[in-house]
Design a protein around this ligand. Sequence first.
Ligand SMILES: Cc1ncc(COP(=O)(O)O)c(C=O)c1O
Length: 377
Amino acid sequence: MSATTTSLRQVPFFAYPYVFTSARNELLAVLEDIGSRGAFIMQRDLSRFEENLAIFLNSKFALGVGNATDGLHFAVRAADLRHGDEVILSSHTMIATAAAVHFAGATPVPVDCGPDHLIDPSAVEAAVSSRTRAIMPTQLNGRTCNMDAIKAIADKHGLHVIEDAAQALGSRFKGRCAGTFGMASAISFYPAKVLGCLGDGGAVIANDEAVYERVYQMRDHGRNTGGEIVSWGLNSRLDNLQAAILDFQLKKYGSVMCRRRYLASLYTQRLYDVPELVLPPAPDSDPDHFDIYQNYEIDAEKRDELKRYLKDHGIGTLIQWGGQAVHQLKALGFTQHLPYTDWLFTRLLMLPMNMSLSDDDVHYVCDNIRVFYGYAQ
Ligand SMILES: Cc1ncc(COP(=O)(O)O)c(C=O)c1O
């Protein structure tokens, strides 16, 4: 039975305390264990998490880093790009994707996304120039791009593929996990991510040993596995405590993905017949895709009014990237003209999608959306 719109409830977009309170005792036990061992930096808990993450992804290597932004930067640096080289990425991504390219000395080239909000392969093909060295697809909202199409373009032009898989741990295309298709990728463990820690955290995923060694050194002052400094590096290690927390969370990850997919199917059931909305694909609607719903990003008519209406009814929503696509960040010198992305960015809105959400919360959100557009609950 649906909740009624008259009984006001609070449905925050994301309840940060829940990351801790949902497993308070277990997390305190992890802290007690790490603290009493004094195991803060680069200890066995980090290596164990890296091994388990690599097994989960079916990749050869996973390396904990300070955050996905650093991880993306290390991945791009490992491709040995030069000044003037171009990297094609979706304009519908976090600025971190483009910043990783910029700080490696190359030029980020944002292109249109498609109606699925993921980088549009035909826009990638059209943007390839003699200077293009890599494609950086963002596996956005917990859905993996059509990697057959991206890899075909990369193979045709001899380009690297570096995935921004910050939002996509466990998402799959044709059975293969996001983050394992290209030369390297990065995943984020920011607290609001599907696998979130109690602070910042990230990982770089790679199958190639040379890439692994480069990133291994870059995250820890250029030290190799023997502790000898052999290259220039930074300090971007994943804290051992965060790694231990993530290892604990990873054990429950299957049920977390399952719950999020169920919540997505509930949104579909309740909203599929609202013509003013375009919803994310429902779970299992396409056998090639296994989505983990990091975000539930809809495309809505009268988006700003809807957002206000939901806020007045206690429902938190969010417009991704503060409403600005990468190419719209004129202060950073972007000059691309991407009318489709411009249009889509007037309509995108993320509804609550997280583990603190009850079924009744989803019904309440959907009831309010239906009332807003003038349909029966
Ligand atoms: C698509 C995307 N790329 C990169 C990042 C950066 O991740 P981090 O905050 O771990 O640096 C995020 C984080 O929100 C993201 O969503």
